[in-house]
Structures are given as C-alpha cells and as structure tokens.
Design a protein around this ligand. Structure first.
Ligand code: ZN
Length: 449
C-alpha cells in the first residue's frame, strides 16, 4: 500500500458494475440491521411502505422515506438527550458530539461507539492519503477539540496512517502559527477562513509561510474550500496545495475529498456511502451536471443507521472520469456549492453567499468581509458588502460593485470599506451574512420581531 496513491486500491478503482454490486450488498445489510436493531427508524420505513425485502437494488433506494434534520431533532427533543435513534444503549458508546449549531437553536447531540470511531478514522484516511499525506508528515490541527466533531476523526486518521500529530487546541492564533512553523508542520488542517486568518497572523509576526515546511492544507467545515478564488488565495498565501473535504456531524465524518490531482471538486467515498442528488423542491433525482441537494445513505455507522438523509448541501455531480487519478468514485464539481437554505432573494434576484464570496475573493485583496441585508425606507431590500482591504482604494470598491452586479442580473450592491480589524474573525464556520430585513425577501412573510 505505501506505493499506492489510493488508501484502498481495491475499492477506489472498482469498475462501476462491481462498485454498484458492492453498494447493493451493503444496502441490503443496512436494511436488515435497521429492521433488527433500530425500532424508530424501522417504524418510519414501515410507515413509508418499506419492508426488509423491498429494497434489493440501488433503484429501490428511492422507496425509502427521506430523513430530515427536523425529523431527527424533533425525535431528540421528544426523548432527550439523544432521541430514539440509537441501536445500542448509551453506555455502549464511547464519545458524545454535537453539531456546530451555526444555524441557531439547540445543536443535535450524537453518540458513537468504538466501531464508529474506527470507521470515522478510516474515512479520513481516504481523504488524507488521497491528497498525499504520508507517515513521514507532521500534521498541525488548528481545531478546538471540543464537542463539535470537526477534525477529531482526522486526528485519529493521522494516528492510523502513522503521521505525527500536533494538536493545536485551545491556543491563540499567534501561538498556533508559531507552533506550526517551529515544529516544521508539513500539513495544516483548518477551515478555509481560518487558513486565511493564520496567514494574516503570520505576516504580522514576520513568519514566512511559503518558506516554511508546510506543503499541504486540508480544508473542511465551509464550502469555500472549493471556491476557486478563495482556494487560490489560500494556496498563494501559504505556498502550499489546498485540498477540500466535507463531512457532517450527523454522519460523524467526511464523505468526500479532493485527491492530489485537484480536479476542482471532491470524490465521493462511494464504497461507504450512496449519495443521491435531488431537486430540493420535489425530491426527484437530478442528472449529472445539475445542481441539487445531496441525500446520503451511510454504510459505516455502528450506532445510528442513516438512510436517505437530506443534507441541505447543494452539489453538482459529475462522473469519475472528470478526474485523471483513476478512481472510480464520482466527483462533486466545485465541492459543496452552498446550502439549499442559504439562498436569499433580493428584489427578485437569487443571491448565494458562496457566489458572492467567489467574486469578493477574486476582485479584491480582502482581509475579511461581511454581507448585510437590510430594509431601506421601510420597504426596499438592500444588500451591502463591507470589506477590509489589504491594499487598494475606491477604485477596487467600484470594481467589486460592478462585478457583483454583473453576476446578479444587475442587482445593485452597496460596497463599503470597513476599518481594519473591525469585522468579526472566525475559527470554525464563518458567518458572513446577516439578514436584518423587516420583510423576508420574496415571500412577503413578516419576520417575527
Ligand atoms: Zn481524483
């Protein structure tokens, strides 16, 4: 294996028919296990007309009712603290974790057992190995090691594949930058936003990151890891290659990774998941090349069966031959493009935060930015972008306004320069959009005040 570019040379290169046969076998096992051990999920399946033998092929998958975050949360709130989703008693678990809770309200709490953690680490191994991390590497984690699952699994993956871990929890940004430079880290793991934040801090400290030992960044936690302009900026500021990954707490680990051929997207780990892409409104499948919502079925979890989970992530799936690495795993072109519920309607025009970021990062040398939606004169939706500029002046602001309008059917964006250091900084998931409108765009529905 050390000579292979694949973590699992067998499954990563299976021809499509054999990959699908493997998925179908695992799918049948998953259904059997769910009916045997998970009464809450089994009842939902039966209510949807599904019996143990009614799912035999991938085509049968669509018979299974969707599971939404709202379903899971409602079940958890009715039966706290974990809800009826577990297949084993809580004392059989070895770890508690929660969602990051950026969408407001109470986070979802999840338990995992020893088998889960072995698998969680295995999924990250596909990603790390696939992006070129090897046992000789020294990996710095800019991560808080709290209840948010984040890079926990990646830390165990490093132990599994034999790389040295530098656990940068509970440290200031300055201390992290000094440590990763002093200890000659060759790989750094963080969110895309925090990778830029550390690069700013390194400049302030006079530490030359492009001249440091760092060769690779593994990004996760935000869609920006696959926004070309943001990624190019990160690669330039670090003098290193940046690879995107994406996972979610509900699944406990990553489900996709960018390989070292950097195809502009992420391979789906198809021997451990079935991923479907559906129209968010109708739930019907969409084809290759069309934007839709990811729906995940996981084969790896040992504590909680996850079947047809609506992720809310918007993706565009293309076939495996998009990439030249030889994997048989399909690719999400552009990684996760955004969230289905991220879209804002401003005076009839759809605005996605990810699309705004792609333009802001391309046009200007921006230290940080914020997008604010508000109601002007008690009636009119307005969108304003505040930017902290490293260099450049009014001409850059005007250019940014023009580019944003051009990409949004002529929609006028207010572009304003913010004082250096005045905008919020983020370590985990960045929140760069605030919606202060009195009337929600598009729906006419009055916001509860
Ligand atoms: Zn590839």
């Amino acid at each position: 294996m050390p000579d292979s570019r694949y973590w699992n040379p067998h499954t990563e290169t299976l021809p499509l028919d054999r990959l699908e046969a493997l998925q179908e076998r695992k799918l049948r096992d998953l259904l059997d296990w769910t009916f045997a051990r998970a009464p809450w999920q089994a009842r939902r399946l039966r209510e949807g007309g599904v019996e143990p033998l009614s799912v035999q092929t991938l085509a049968d998958l669509r018979r299974i009712p969707f599971l939404t975050r709202a379903d899971w949360m409602a079940a958890q709130e009715a039966d706290p603290p974990y809800g009826p989703v577990l297949t084993q008693p809580p004392e059989a678990a070895i770890r508690y974790h929660t969602t990051s809770g950026t969408s407001g309200g109470r986070p979802l709490a999840v338990l995992d057992g020893a088998k889960d953690w072995e698998w969680i680490a295995e999924m990250w191994c596909y990603a790390f190995w696939g992006f070129g991390v090897r046992p000789v590497d020294t990996v710095f984690f800019a991560f808080g090691y709290g209840t948010f699952v984040g890079f926990w699994g990646a830390q165990y993956a490093c132990e599994k594949l034999g790389a040295l871990v530098l656990p940068g929890g509970n440290m200031s940004t300055e201390a992290r930058v000094r440590m990763l430079a002093d200890c000659d880290a060759t790989v750094v793991c963080s969110t895309p936003t925090y990778a830029l934040r550390m690069a700013q801090e390194a400049r302030r400290l006079g530490i030359d990151l492009p001249g440091s030992a760092v060769q690779r960044l593994i990004l996760s936690g935000e869609p920006a890891g696959s926004i070309p302009a943001t990624k190019a900026l990160i690669e330039a500021q670090w003098g290193a290659k940046a690879g995107d990954t994406a996972g979610m707490t509900e699944l406990g680990t990553v489900m996709m990774f960018e390989c070292d051929h950097q195809p502009g997207g992420a391979h789906i780990i198809e021997d451990h998941y079935v991923e479907e892409v559906v129209d968010p409104a109708t739930g019907e499948a969409v084809g290759y090349g069309e934007l839709g919502e990811r729906v995940v079925t996981s084969f790896g979890r040992g504590f909680i069966p996850v079947l047809r989970y609506r992720t809310g992530d918007l993706v565009c799936r293309v076939s495996a031959d998009r990439c030249s690495c030889g994997r048989g795993f399909d690719v999400y072109d552009g990684g996760i493009r955004g969230r289905a519920d991220d879209m804002k309607v401003i005076r009839g025009t759809n605005v996605y935060p990810g699309a705004v970021e792609a333009i802001v990062r391309r046009v200007a040398d921006v230290e940080e930015f914020q997008v604010r939606l508000y109601t002007a004169d008690g009636i009119r939706d307005e969108i304003e972008v505040q930017v902290e500029l490293a260099i450049g002046g009014d001409d850059v602001l005007a250019e940014l306004g023009r580019e944003l309008a051009e990409a949004h059917e002529g929609l006028r964006f207010g572009v304003r320069r913010a004082e250096a250091g005045s905008l919020p900084r983020f370590e985990l998931k960045a929140k760069r959009l605030t919606d202060e409108r009195e009337v929600w765009g598009g729906t006419g529905e009055r916001k509860a005040l």
